[in-house]
Write a protein of this length. Structure first.
Length: 144
């Protein structure tokens, strides 16, 4: 299947109840459970819903990835990515990141043992000089 076709088809199939070709925008916060702990694919919109699932599937198709993950805010995505790290891990970050990101790094994540060094990431020598044995991530935002 060509990229264009994958993009327009990813995550989209006719609704079995209505026959609608495109999924509606689901504005519900909760979904009915068949029984406690057993859902029909969704339980709370904060974790996923059919609308977001289509978006994630389409983004994955565009990128040629198996999965896509969407967040309700940029800071939610920042926090989730940083939770891939462990205490003692080091991140090199652009020195011109969004202020909320640097505050989150310095005021919250550093309390959990994560370490951060800020450099001009447009300067490869500065990035190389900041690398330490415990460096696990290079954080760069665009556009900055």
């Amino acid at each position: 299947m060509k990229l264009d076709t994958r993009i327009v088809r990813a995550g989209i199939s006719p609704d079995p109840t209505t026959g609608a070709i495109l999924p509606p925008i689901y504005e519900t916060a909760t979904f009915v459970l068949e029984e406690v702990g057993k859902d029909k694919g969704f339980d709370y919109t904060r974790s996923s819903n059919p609308t977001r699932q289509v978006l994630e599937d389409n983004l994955a198709a565009i990128e040629g990835a198996d999965y896509g993950i969407c967040f309700s805010s940029g800071m939610a995505s920042v926090d989730s990515v940083m939770k891939l790290l462990s205490a003692g891990d080091h991140t090199i970050s652009s020195n011109d990141v969004y202020g909320g990101v640097s505050r989150h790094f310095n005021r919250v994540l550093s309390r959990y043992g994560l370490e951060f060094t800020y450099v001009d990431t447009a300067d490869p020598d500065a990035v190389r000089a900041a690398i330490r044995p415990e460096t696990r991530m290079l954080w760069v935002e665009t556009p900055t």
